[in-house]
Ligand binder design. Structure first.
Ligand code: C5P
Length: 226
């Protein structure tokens, strides 16, 4: 079963509220990114978390002590989950898990393997000598070994991720219904394909938020993943 997560990437808090008014009764999971978090902070997140499962997508990436401190502050909010970059390394990941466990063991930690906007040629410039697939495999192994709950990955990487780990949850952006703009996403698939490949959480933002009728777009996507 795949859950739909709305990436609530609106310009401002008022537009976010309007979108939630329109779509909220159909949604279980809402993803808040850095923009809304920087605009609305803790109060905004707290105003949502009793009604929806809030995933705070702030992609933490820093030294272990700094990330640990951030995780423990965020875990106190009682949110469903948060994201960090697996590229921060094993010590950072383990510290995040430790601080989460001290405050709110139910909060899920998802690690970004490689951003879904990065394709093979951009990866070549970032890490010459390794393929994107090797990097995703290595980072998935690291995620499992470090005890985080899941990975954020492109739908194209689901097969690779599932081969490496049967245990990690998958949070999957880079999903586009047929005929919709790719925006800046590179490694994409349709919602139905992502479900077929075992995505646990399917993240969609612009295909819903920028649709002429967002409710119709969301309903169509929900029907597609059944
Ligand atoms: O609008 P769109 O459907 O492309 O939104 C995808 C969401 O998933 C955005 O909020 C983006 O920040 C997030 N994301 C991503 N790739 C990752 C991790 C998160 O696109 N690897």
């Amino acid at each position: 079963m795949s859950e739909i997560v709305l990436a609530l990437d609106t310009e401002d808090l008022a537009s976010a509220d309007r979108m939630l008014e329109l779509l909220g009764s159909k949604l279980k999971f809402v993803k808040i990114g850095p923009r809304l978090f920087y605009l609305g902070g803790r109060n905004f997140v707290m105003s949502l978390k009793n009604r929806w499962n809030v995933l705070l997508d702030v992609k933490l990436h820093d030294i272990p002590n700094t990330v640990g401190g951030a995780v423990s502050a965020l875990a106190e909010m009682g949110i469903f989950g948060l994201t960090l970059h697996v590229a921060g390394g094993e010590k950072m990941l383990r510290e995040a898990v430790k601080r989460r466990d001290e405050v709110n063991p139910d909060m899920k930690i998802f690690g970004v393997t490689v951003l879904t906007s990065i394709d093979e040629s951009e990866w070549g410039a970032l890490a010459p000598g390794s393929t994107l697939e090797e990097a995703i495999k290595a980072r998935t192994r690291l995620a499992e070994r470090s005890g985080i709950d899941g990975v954020v990955c492109s739908p194209k990487d689901l097969t690779t991720v599932k081969e490496v780990s049967g245990k990690l949850l998958t949070l999957v952006p880079g999903v586009r219904p047929k005929g919709v703009s790719l925006d800046d996403q590179a490694r994409i698939m349709t919602p139905a394909e992502a479900k077929k490949r075992g995505a646990d959480f399917i993240v969609l933002g612009r295909p819903i938020l920028a649709a002429p009728d967002p409710l119709e777009a969301l309903t169509g996507i929900m029907n597609e993943v059944g």
